[in-house]
Design a protein around this ligand. Structure first.
Ligand code: SAM
Length: 264
């Protein structure tokens, strides 16, 4: 039997949900059916795991902290809860089957890398419902020409429809974090996903455009595109990156990838 007390580990971003109102709201937002393929990242002390298991026949969890994983295996039968003691950032989600419904109260320090990692398994996903820092969710859903619009917005919006569902205040956790959190839902765009010819070129263009926000595109993209290439794609070289729509970034990156292929 594992000991009852668990001292929260800062290095694993452990802020445990304790407010039943928010726990209920998160589970209601996921609204899992009995046969759904639900995967929880970072189950911790089981605040979401227990009510999720009330709704699904089988649940998969990925927990990096061995002590917490051991507690969960003491509490739940292996035929209901499948525990992977592993780093979710390096986990191969394709091994878990299809139509995955990912749920998690993610540690703040790994939230963006976790979303980029999950984006690679887009074809295996049905949806992702995650708790993140409120400010990160604002950046994810931001529209062009707003202060929160940036690399995270563009990179994720090319793959997912993103909704901000509700805010969760610090008092809902032990220990309480310093900032507000928010629940976001990401649904793969599927057929509506824009075609990106070369992901590396696309990522480079987006990173450069937002690298120094006050620079014009002419300066920010100096090493990647000249005025003529920008103008050919209907993009004003004197504009700033934050004014471009996601579709502008896709068009420009695809044109640059084509030029590189032709000259290469
Ligand atoms: N889901 C629980 C809750 O809501 O109370 C715990 C949330 S706590 C913010 C984050 C959880 O993710 C912790 O249990 C932590 O050990 C786990 N975790 C941190 N980094 C992880 C990683 N790279 N892979 C898997 N789990 C991780």
């Amino acid at each position: 039997m594992t000991s009852l007390r668990h001292a929260p580990r800062k290095r694993f971003g452990q802020n445990f949900l304790v407010d039943p109102h928010y726990i209920d709201r998160i589970v209601a937002a996921v609204d899992p059916g009995p046969g759904d393929n639900v995967v929880e990242i970072g189950p911790g002390l089981g605040a979401l795991t227990r009510p999720l298991l009330d709704r699904v026949e089988r649940l998969t969890v990925i927990e990096i902290d061995r002590d917490l994983a051991a507690r969960l295996s003491d509490e739940f039968a292996a035929d209901r809860l499948c525990i992977h003691t592993a780093d979710a950032l390096a986990f191969d989600f394709a091994t878990l089957g299809s139509e995955l419904r990912v749920v998690g109260n993610l540690p703040y320090n790994i939230s963006s890398p976790m979303l980029f990692h999950l984006a690679q398994f887009e074809a295996s996903l049905r949806d992702i419902t995650v708790m993140l820092q409120r400010e990160v969710v604002q950046r994810m859903v931001a529209a062009p020409a707003t202060p929160d619009y940036g690399r995270l917005s563009v990179m994720l919006q090319t793959r997912f429809r993103i909704e901000r569902l509700f805010i969760v205040p610090p008092g809902a956790f032990r220990p309480a974090p310093l900032v507000d959190s928010a629940i976001a839902r990401l649904t793969p765009l599927g057929e509506a996903r824009p075609t990106i010819d070369d992901e590396t070129v696309f990522a480079r263009v987006v990173a450069a455009a937002f690298g120094q926000r006050r620079k014009t595109l002419r300066n920010a993209l100096k090493l990647l595109a000249g005025d003529a290439e920008l103008e050919r794609e209907g993009i004003a070289p004197g504009a700033r990156g934050e004014t471009l729509a996601v579709s502008d970034f896709v068009r420009l990156a695809n044109a640059l990838a084509q030029t590189a292929r032709q000259s290469g």
